[in-house]
Design a protein around this ligand. Sequence first.
Ligand SMILES: Nc1ncnc2c1ncn2[C@@H]1O[C@H](COP(=O)(O)OP(=O)(O)OP(=O)(O)O)[C@@H](O)[C@H]1O
Length: 644
Amino acid sequence: MSLFLMNRYLGDDDDDEDAKESRSKALLEKLQKQAKEREQQALSNRTVVKSDTNKTEEDEKEVKRKRKEPEDTEELSKVKKSKKKSSPLKTETEDQTAAKEISSEVESSTEAKQQSSKDKNESEIHADISAEPKSSSQPGFPILGGFEKKTVQKVHRVLPQWLAQPDVIQKDIKSNLVPVSLVPGICPKLMKRLEKNGIHNLFPVQAEVIPAVLEGVCHGLLMGRGGYRPRDICVSAPTGSGKTLAFAIPIVQALSERVLCQVRALIVLPTKELAQQVYKVFCTYAEGTNLKVVMIAGQKSFAAEQASLSENKGALSCSLADIVVATPGRLVDHINKNDGFSLQHLRFLVIDEADRMIDSMHQSWLKLVTQAVYKKGGDLSIFGRREPGPITAASLSPSQMPLQKLLFSATLTQNPEKLQQLGLHQPRLFSSIHSDASTQEASQPFEKFNFPEGLTEYYIPCTLSKKPLILLHLLLRLKFSTVLCFTNSREAAHRLFMLVKLFGGVQVAEFSSRLSPSERKKTLRDFEQEKIQLVISTDAAARGIDIQGVKCVVNYDAPQFIRTYIHRVGRTARAGKSGISFTFLLGVQEKNFLQMVTDAGSPSVQKQIIQPESLKSMEACYEQTLVELGNAIKDEKAKKRRTL
Ligand SMILES: Nc1ncnc2c1ncn2[C@@H]1O[C@H](COP(=O)(O)OP(=O)(O)OP(=O)(O)O)[C@@H](O)[C@H]1O
């Protein structure tokens, strides 16, 4: 049995409008009833007084006093007690008798009321005790213990407006090409260079983003449009949609008129291969200008990179680079150890594969870059830079060189907490995810991503032992060429490479951290030139790598994360071309995989069944190859032991 009743405030229940309305109605009725009772009581008192004609003026005063007596019986009894205490020896007079009569009348009416309300309360409490769960739905405050009945409010994720309402980029490249001459802001020199490189039309992401970046430099490098600091830009567009040119073209154009050579653009990428690829693009478009492009990605020694970044002229250190393409590791080394490397004039910071770079933020490379940009002292006496704080009249004058951040990825996170780490300034998002963000957020707990338009996705149900045979079947029987095949580890990639090589009939190579950078570079070149039919790779080649002519991607091992899947299959169907992907799935993987890709917004993954009969003719040879593979692996291990 409950010993006491405790009322608790459970927060405004805005959702339950009906319950709220009925509660207020009940309260109103209760108040009206009380008012009526009080009115009647007052009337009855008055009649009692009037009927007593023998009463003296003294009596009338007493009546008035009685009328003012509190209704609350507790208070009444207190008053009575105090009266008794004050005149304990007083004998009863006629007046006192009359007053007593009135008092008893008042008392009886209040007692009756008290009794009725007491009964009511008791019955309410009994009802509460006997049917506790009901209590929360009763008007007034809910009863302790009735929480389970309260409906839990659904909490929807609310995105900041810039994330919820992006500038839309068309996904279909082929039908949304824009002639270079129609894109505003591109200078004639760069138009010619684009034409020279066979680019007559720009892809949708380029047609949207290039003018937006150029708008920020329309009044020079010091201020953006209208004299304001330019907004940071985030771009989320499918793999192979041409994001590299979307930042390379406006940066080259913005810096091409510079007078002094200083590091004004820094492009940070997660791997050496990607850095090499982007470096090449910048070199191509900086040709014919005074701009110097330097790569610091660990492909050369630290000293060689140092020499390419700056030189000493007397006591002065002069920059030899305008645009630096870097991987985070080497970048941090140069910030910490290379005195000649200054980022105090940095105007553009490009973070490619931004979601991956945010995940590697524990290396705190961004913090170091920011510190290097706003480093105290130095030679910036005229354009002294302070880290921007809140915008005030004072902070806007004198104007200082802004640092604009440009983020690119095919799988850019929509997690505001993650993006917040980047300290973006009034960011603007360009995205090819079309669905209405407000409804999307209300109903979808998963992030949606973009898939290339020309991609056809298949999955092949299989068993572990049949996987190699199915891969061989795709290459030898179905005659797929330029196939990029992904495994989940470099050991698995190596074993599969050896197996296919021993089986024969396929030009195969591996691509993983087992190989040196120069070996990997050669592999990619040979693959592009179709000297190699199949490359078996780890996820080292999954992101950003642009290999011309990959027609088919095979996920030999199913990817564990949706981002990995999107980047792997994105090595085909690039630049508006078509491509095909196969994912080998074991029985236990099927359900989770299909759920994962559907949640991410994949248009459709079709099932492809390889009949066991079609593999039969290869089985004998395959068994023989397995024996050979066992021996080859033993030899390799022995060789390794000897070299140790
Ligand atoms: N306007 C264009 N016309 C023709 N080809 C283009 C154009 N823009 C880019 N390309 C080509 O499209 C391919 C893909 O471009 P890019 O590597 O920039 O894509 P991406 O969006 O960065 O892809 P990922 O997300 O995989 O890194 C490249 O081979 C590039 O040369």
